[in-house]
Design a binder for this molecule. Structure first.
Ligand SMILES: Nc1ncnc2c1ncn2[C@@H]1O[C@H](COP(=O)(O)OP(=O)(O)OP(=O)(O)O)[C@@H](O)[C@H]1O
Ligand SMILES: [Mg+2]
Length: 289
């Protein structure tokens, strides 16, 4: 056993300093815990608020249909709305599931999916069809340019996750577009770098160049987005960025002077080249369709 040679007074001073230090750390951890809890509650409130809206709309439409007082023409419209509100509810539920995984420390390993060949042109046509009814009320058109995207090769990717990336970008475009405008989806193949890039362009709420770096952060929303849709979580683009990073791809936003915003996602035709490949290959996750 070794004994300290410090005098007793000095030792009690050291001890008092150490206790003060621990108290400071403890109080910091305590306030961090409170902050995380507050964020969690706020997030759950937002989630429930966002999910309740389309579900209530569906309920209301069904009540309307079963009243027996609607004409055939009206019934068709109501069914279209039921379809689009269900699309939105499924989209939101998938984001919330992904978010609980991304929030955890084991973020990367929680998102294991087998890699498969994904035809981005087909995937985007299906998503555009899914989201088109949501844009009808605003007179929005969503078009997928056939020219170069149709000729691009398939990419190797985790299909349900990549689908959610574009779902988040397209849902934003629908939500934030001006009335009677067009959402354009296009793409190109870079044979030298073995990548396919997809762009989604819309015209709507302003996006400043200085905000671009922040919109992919967890929870960041611009003032205009908050005014238009107070219940948003600001997690859509964060989820998209994380998924693209897992794929070792790139995601970026380019606003222009005419008020348009273009979101670009670049993915490798060859799939994951680095360490994420081994993680992805191991086994499957609950996010299969
Ligand atoms: N097409 C767009 N045009 C202009 N700004 C956009 C566009 N897409 C996203 N943004 C901006 O980026 C922010 C972050 O987007 P993100 O999808 O992460 O969150 P959100 O749409 O606000 O909320 P949530 O996705 O939970 O509904 C938005 O709040 C908005 O300010
Ligand atoms: Mg969003």
């Amino acid at each position: 056993m070794s004994y300290s040679k410090k005098p007793l007074g000095q030792m009690s001073n050291d001890l008092a300093n150490r206790i003060r230090d621990l108290e400071r750390k403890n109080s910091f951890l305590h306030s961090e815990l409170e902050r995380v809890n507050r964020e969690r509650i706020e997030y759950l409130q937002n989630v429930s608020h966002q999910l309740v809206a389309p579900l209530n709309a569906i309920k209301w439409h069904i009540e309307n249909l079963t009243s027996g007082r609607v004409t055939l023409e009206r019934a068709k419209k109501v069914l279209r709305s039921i379809y689009s509100q269900s699309t939105l509810a499924v989209h939101l539920a998938k984001n919330f599931g992904l978010m609980s995984n991304l929030d955890a420390d084991h973020a990367l390993t929680a998102l294991k999916e087998p890699l498969e060949t994904v035809n981005l042109h087909r995937l985007l046509i299906n998503l555009a069809d899914d989201f088109q009814p949501l844009g009808w009320d605003k007179g929005l058109g969503i078009s997928v340019e056939d020219e170069s995207l149709a000729k691009a090769p398939d990419v190797l990717a985790m299909r349900p996750l990549i689908s959610q990336v574009f779902s988040n970008i397209i849902e934003n475009a629908v939500k934030y577009s001006d009335r009677d405008s067009k959402i354009m989806i296009d793409g190109s193949h870079d044979a030298t770098n073995h990548t396919v890039s997809v762009t989604v362009t819309n015209k709507g709420i302003p996006l400043m160049a200085e905000e671009v770096a922040k919109i992919f952060d967890r929870g960041y929303r611009t003032k205009e987005a908050k005014n238009l849709y107070p219940a948003g979580t600001g997690f859509g683009l964060y989820i998209a960025r994380r998924i693209v990073e897992i794929h070792e791809g790139r995601i970026a936003a380019y606003p222009d002077d005419s008020g348009r915003a273009t979101f670009e996602v670049t993915l490798s035709v060859r799939g994951l080249e680095g360490k994420a490949r081994q993680i992805a290959a191991k086994d499957s996750s609950p996010y299969r369709r």
